[in-house]
Design a protein around this ligand. Structure first.
Ligand code: ADP
Length: 536
């Protein structure tokens, strides 16, 4: 059978051979096994069901949600000499009758159907009297309430498959499905012991980086990143129109040739700015996520996110606009905790909106999904592990290596260190301040621990704390790093607001009380003790 399939691949599609994952999947389908394929757009999912449809006896039913795509696919197949047709609301009842007759004649190999048509009586009777070779479900994530774009009509697919007299193999295909969504797809489509394959998400030419500057240094960080890449074409994504305006001004004032794109500009200006970028008249585009859909500029050398998006799906899609031509390109995210609050605010607003529209149950499901996605995005932004591996595993590509050696975490040399004593000192300082009803931000805590001689320290009497100066040998950057790690570990918490202060959590108090130990990953460039001043 596989030989016949390879011949069909050559005869109809003009390709010499299958891609490795296509072959694996096709073998399973020809063996009558259900498959679930998660592969990015362009990876060649269509052939996974088209080729088995051609070489198998009977008619393949392809469920597809987009009417326009259906027509394109059928046209392309027909031109290649494959007998195919489609059934959806864009054609008249007379034409539908013709299509059904053609499908019943036995000469048609593939019938594309919109999910809404699956329970039409004449269609069902066709499927009961004709041998169905396989059922393919395109954009299979639409069946999952956790997926990107759930479509209620997809929930009818399982019943349709169940109604077929001889159950054919089912191919579920999608470009986007986290492991949860994959499970959901298999369940909601009633797949039987499916062969699952997730592959092709890696873009080896992309370097991934995360920068976590102090909020006050964020603009300087962006300028540095852009300066390091001057002369190259790049996109800077911001989350709001206002941020686009500010960042574009910042870059132009910094002497860079930047233009901008967001939904608040007139159509004419958007078009003109886009052309300036596409034709390299302006190498820098500052934009909201409104920019990029359907834009195919191959030589984008970097994508910088000035604000963190609310989920890894969006991040990877936007960052992936770099390096389309396969040349090395950088995807850098500038992380700032404030963006987490903004994302959470938008999720909460979406929830309220849906609640007011009266869809209680679904609004809860989506709320949980969105919060979980945001959590994952924050994990990515704050992780010390391989960033590429994080992304690939997020999309379910479990065979991803644990280190890629081509991201900012792999190239930062970390060492696992026991920071128990430092943690105890920092926590004691915060607790002592609390006992005196004093609150302090990170900078003040570091100053107290290092025994700063600043006037305000003496004026406020901080020098009389027993923790004053107990870390005077430790560089402030390191104290700051451990302090941030304690926040990340949940032993300390930082309040919101314009003057965020640090407080010990219940877990932090228990850590001291129970004499627990703590190991964290510390970049090797952060020594424990102040290096001797070489005068350099
Ligand atoms: P997807 O549905 O995953 O987005 P497509 O099925 O549209 O991807 O295929 C994307 C492109 O890859 C098409 O141009 C197709 O002709 C090409 N392609 C698919 N399989 C092969 C192959 N085995 N050899 C060469 N080109 C292929």
């Amino acid at each position: 059978m596989l030989e016949q399939a390879t011949k069909a691949l050559k005869d109809y599609f003009g390709h010499a051979d299958f891609r490795a994952n296509q072959r694996e999947l096709i073998e399973q389908v020809l063996d009558d096994r259900d498959v679930l394929a998660v592969m990015p757009t362009g990876a060649g999912k269509s052939l996974v069901y088209q080729v088995p449809a051609i070489v198998s006896e009977g008619l393949a039913i392809v469920v597809s949600p987009l009417i326009s795509l259906m027509k394109d696919q059928v046209n392309a197949l027909t031109q290649a000499g494959v007998r195919a047709a489609f059934l959806n609301s864009s054609i008249s009842p007379a034409e539908q009758a013709e299509v059904l007759e053609y499908a019943a004649s036995g000469s048609c190999k593939l019938l594309y159907v919109a999910p809404e048509r699956l329970d039409a009586p004449r269609f069902l009777s066709l499927c009961k009297t004709t041998k169905i070779s396989l059922v393919a479900v395109d954009e299979a994530h639409c069946v999952s309430q956790w997926g990107q774009d759930f479509r209620p009509s997809y929930l009818g697919i399982a019943a349709f498959i169940g109604s077929l007299p001889n159950r054919p193999p089912v191919c579920a295909l999608t470009a986007t499905a986290t492991p949860e969504v994959q499970k959901d797809i298999a369940h909601a489509l009633g797949l039987i012991d499916p062969f699952s394959l997730v592959s092709g998400f890696d873009r080896p030419n992309l370097y991934f980086g995360v920068e976590r500057p102090d909020p006050k240094a964020k603009r300087a960080c962006l300028l540095r990143l852009v300066r390091e890449r001057s002369g190259q074409a790049g996109i800077v994504y911001c989350s709001t129109r206002q941020a686009v305006e500010d960042v574009c001004d910042l870059l132009c004032e910094g002497g860079f040739e930047a233009t901008r794109y967001h939904a608040g500009l007139s159509a004419a200006e958007r078009h003109a700015n886009q052309e300036d970028f596409l034709f390299d008249r302006k190498p820098l585009m500052v934009a909201t996520n409104a920019f990029g859909m359907g834009i195919d500029k191959s030589n984008v050398s970097f994508v910088i996110h000035y604000n963190m998006p609310s989920d890894v799906e969006s991040y990877y899609q936007e960052a992936g606009r770099a390096g389309r031509d396969g040349s090395p390109a950088d995807c850098i995210l500038i992380y700032n905790k404030k963006d987490v609050q903004t994302c959470q605010f938008l999720i909460d607003k979406g929830y309220e909106q849906r609640q007011s529209e009266g869809d209680e149950e679904r609004s809860h499901t989506l709320y949980e999904r969105d919060c979980e996605r945001l959590r994952q995005m924050v994990f990515y932004s704050t992780s010390t592990d391989c960033l590429r591996s994080f992304i690939l595993r997020y999309f379910g590509q479990t065979e991803a290596p644990f280190r890629c050696e081509h991201c900012s975490n792999c190239s930062t040399d970390y060492a696992v260190e026991d920071v128990t004593v430092e943690a105890q000192k920092i926590l004691s300082c915060v607790l002592r301040l609390g006992q005196r009803n004093r609150q302090a931000g990170k900078a003040l805590i570091v100053d107290i621990l290092r025994g700063s001689k600043a006037e305000k320290i003496f004026a406020q009497g901080y020098d009389s704390l027993t923790t004053y100066g107990i870390m005077d040998e430790v560089p402030s950057k390191r104290i700051r790093y451990v302090l941030d790690a304690l926040v990340a570990e949940g032993l300390l918490a930082q309040t919101d607001g314009s003057y965020p202060v640090i407080e010990a959590t219940e877990r932090g108090a228990a850590f001291l009380r129970d004499r627990k130990a703590l190991e964290i990953k510390v970049p090797k460039r952060l020594p424990k003790e102040e290096l001797p001043d070489t005068g350099a």
